[in-house]
Design a protein around this ligand. Sequence first.
Ligand SMILES: Nc1nc2c(c(=O)[nH]1)N[C@H]1C(S)=C(S)[C@@H](COP(=O)(O)OP(=O)(O)OC[C@H]3O[C@@H](n4cnc5c(=O)[nH]c(N)nc54)[C@H](O)[C@@H]3O)O[C@H]1N2
Ligand SMILES: Nc1nc2c(c(=O)[nH]1)N[C@H]1C(S)=C(S)[C@@H](COP(=O)(O)OP(=O)(O)OC[C@H]3O[C@@H](n4cnc5c(=O)[nH]c(N)nc54)[C@H](O)[C@@H]3O)O[C@H]1N2
Ligand code: SF4
Ligand SMILES: [Mo]
Length: 736
Amino acid sequence: MTTDTKTSICRFCHANCGILVDVEDGRPVRVQGDPDNPAYFGFTCAKGRALPEQHGHADRLLQSQKRDEEGGYVSIPSEAAMDEIAERVAAIVAEHGPRSVALYPGTYSGPHPASIPAGVGFMLGLGSRMVFTSASIDQPGKHVANAIHGRWLGGSHVFDESDVWMLVGNNPLISMSGGIPPSNPSKRLRDAKKRGLKLIVIDPRKAEVARFADVYLQPRPGEDSAILAAMLHVILREERYDVAFCEAHVSGFTEMAEQVAEFTPEWASERAGVTTEEIELAARTFAGNPATGDVRSGCGVAGTGPNMSPHGNLTEYLLLVLNTVCGRWRREGDLVANPGAFLPLAIPKAQAMPPRAGWGRGESLRSRDLGNSAAGLPTGALSDEILHKGEGSIRALICVGSNPIAAWPDQLKTVRAMESLDLLVTLDMKMSATSKFADYVIAPKLSLEVPGISVSSEAIEQTYVAHGYPEPYAQYTPAIVDPPPGADVIEEWEFFYGLSQRMGFNLTCYPIRAETGVLRENRSAFELDMTKRPSTDEVLDGLMNGSRIPLDEVRRHPHGKVFDDLEIRVGPADPDADGRLDVGNEDMLTELASIRDAGLDDGQDIQFPFRLISRRLPNVYNSSGRDIAKLNGRRPYNPAFLHPDDLLSLGLSKGDVIEISSAHASILGVAEPAPEVRPGVISMAHCFGDIPETETKEALREIGSNTSRLVSNEDVFDPHTGIPRMSAIPVAIERA
Ligand SMILES: Nc1nc2c(c(=O)[nH]1)N[C@H]1C(S)=C(S)[C@@H](COP(=O)(O)OP(=O)(O)OC[C@H]3O[C@@H](n4cnc5c(=O)[nH]c(N)nc54)[C@H](O)[C@@H]3O)O[C@H]1N2
Ligand SMILES: Nc1nc2c(c(=O)[nH]1)N[C@H]1C(S)=C(S)[C@@H](COP(=O)(O)OP(=O)(O)OC[C@H]3O[C@@H](n4cnc5c(=O)[nH]c(N)nc54)[C@H](O)[C@@H]3O)O[C@H]1N2
Ligand code: SF4
Ligand SMILES: [Mo]
């Protein structure tokens, strides 16, 4: 048998590692990191190396499925499924209007760059704006904070050149997120430490990345805003901020300073359960000493932890305030890290784009006065919109690479919502927890069967401050294997194209709107040819219009390339520029004051003494991977990690089954000692388990349990983005 080794891009997660894939008899059999990749340097993780098992998984759908009268499923040709779905969507639109159709793209739209643009294009063609993404149950605070703070058009500092970095509740070595480049984060971190980078980590669990921290704070969950306000207090009191930058480019300084004056490190120390000295050290390490200029560059970023805990917008906002008062933005004459590869050409300017509204924009929901925010429509409230049965209710839902039953907060309500839909379509590689409720499940091609580009890892710069590639790197891969013989699988964009064709409208794809990052030239909207179905390569060419490096040039470099042919420096501000970054947003300062005025005990401490926090596991990607034997070892469930002292005082040992109860619901868990977790905290991964009926005590060690069931989506939630409290959840624990 001959083995062909092909270069490609891993798309098991969003990180886009450059890989070498051994192909035998047309099937992928082995994956390793590509040592000749100039940005990833041969890095892969266990998930990437399990791509062959993912592609050949016994449970993989090779035919689309249709629910029959008895509630079972029968195979249906994809084209026939599209005929029927188009007809049913048309009927629902005719009766209830276009707004009754909603789209939910999730994490597995990321690896397929045409998926969201085509999905959104289809929705706009239909006349519906009801697009809900996982962004609003992920880190919605980022979008809101960036809007109301304003954007610096010279861009932020990037990790590879920074003197200091602060991570508030993210774990980039495992998650590939948090500003340490997704391209081999452990090498980037080791190199940075050798250079002298100072790392500050704030996390109730001493996560993998925290082992590298120079300053580590292990607070009570959900108290990040208090800590950041106190850090600002110290920085202002000790005059460690950038006075000149603040005078020239900042508004709201006085109001902010007055407010944080009351947030002493002593107060925050009580509140967050860390010492005064730790807060002072974090502040001094982050700001440095402006007189000596020992810290010139860096950034503070937050992850999913604090965004899912209460006050996520405020935490993200205070981080931007910290970055801004310390002047952590690229100035006139500074070299820009990434002039653009798949991104359009950078045209950075040393000026602020003034704040925009963070919420109250566009579409309003029927439930709880929620509506569109800078983070999009609130997915945390989508189940309510579906269950609302009056005018404006949602009757049809299309899920692309997403899994609401596993991922949405308030699982019991999500189940009711899925059951009540007139039409549920999922595009999924398996009968996921959600697909089991679907009328149609469309079987997709998997990553190695479709062309791919490294654009998502680069373009994240436009939505998350200090993320993306620190160099103009790009890679393209063609499809390197065919789908298994006999499979009838299609790409996500082809599904939306097929529906648009059948419903008689043109499909236009729109580029994403930049919220952060350096100013760049524009990309145009791109219309697909509806008379002759384009190839995926043609669609990618169209989507990448305006890239600094044309896709065809990238295609010429199969190992990926750093296109470092061009140096771009931040230009001067426009003569009439008068925009300012706002560090004194009234709503945020009011929210901050409310934290000070509210007591620490939210009244639940006696009944629910523990706080359950979110975390990610190395070998799964949300709900994907736990059914792959090579990845799960002997632990296909999500352990309940607790400090050994807590186990002792609860009379529990490793492996005991526990019942975890919030005010809303209960789940089971398998106790696992974890000295890295703060006492009083229980740390568990999401997207495990199934619906309660299947999640029995007997099945616990096979499938784990679903933490989203513990969340009420209407008890504690952010009034702007609708994200409920998904971390720092008060719970009680007892032996089951
Ligand atoms: N309690 C709690 N809840 C959470 C979180 C948390 O930390 N705690 N995290 C939240 C976050 S950050 C997110 S992003 C969401 C995730 O929310 P979702 O995106 O809704 O959930 P996933 O499990 O990632 O769903 C991905 C689906 O895509 C399918 N899939 C795999 N490969 C392919 C493919 O190639 N094509 C297609 N079409 N489908 C494929 C998988 O089988 C799976 O069913 O969950 C959120 N929910
Ligand atoms: N291996 C793997 N990689 C993934 C994923 C996966 O499932 N597995 N999921 C992907 C997705 S969808 C996303 S959005 C990214 C997320 O990327 P990250 O945000 O880096 O996610 P985590 O690794 O869960 O890190 C969150 C950290 O927040 C901490 N935390 C929880 N609550 C609080 C709090 O109140 N305050 C503070 N300060 N910390 C808190 C947790 O202990 C945890 O260590 O990862 C992506 N990458
Ligand atoms: S980090 Fe993500 S992209 Fe890289 S090998 Fe692992 S799963 Fe694949
Ligand atoms: Mo996410």
